[in-house]
Write a protein that binds this ligand. Structure first.
Ligand SMILES: [Ca+2]
Ligand SMILES: [Ca+2]
Length: 117
């Protein structure tokens, strides 16, 4: 019996990515901005999975509110850290932070890079 490999997703180097559906599917948006809000991108409160790949910043933070406040989680960079850089299902907890063990599905509204060199 074939077992499908765990879904993988690596954001383009220097970007953080969110996806409308679980397992890195659906509309994908990768952003290289150091700070961004999704209110104007039609993706507010829609992200269901995420991955991060900053090249000068080792962490990517994702927030509930559009102004980088409220509940949050962060992921490490694939390039810099190589572990815990993605989450295929935000509904059962995501990354590190106040959302680590809480439902973060369809809630992300802003994001920023942190721990930059
Ligand atoms: Ca969604
Ligand atoms: Ca939100």
């Amino acid at each position: 019996m074939l077992v499908a490999p765990a879904a993988q997703a690596v954001c383009d180097a220097g970007h953080m990515c969110i996806y409308v559906n679980n397992d890195y599917s659906g509309t994908m948006r990768g952003f290289s901005n150091s700070k961004l809000s999704w209110g104007g991108f039609g993706l507010d409160d829609k992200a269901s999975s995420a991955s991060a790949n900053g090249t000068s910043c080792s962490k990517s933070y994702y927030y509930d509110n559009r102004d980088w406040t409220g509940d949050y989680f962060y992921l490490n960079s694939y390039t810099i850290t190589g572990a815990n850089y993605q989450d295929p299902n935000l509904s059962n907890g995501a990354g590190y932070g106040t959302w680590a063990t809480n439902n973060a599905n369809d809630k992300i509204s802003s994001a920023n890079f942190a721990s930059c060199s």
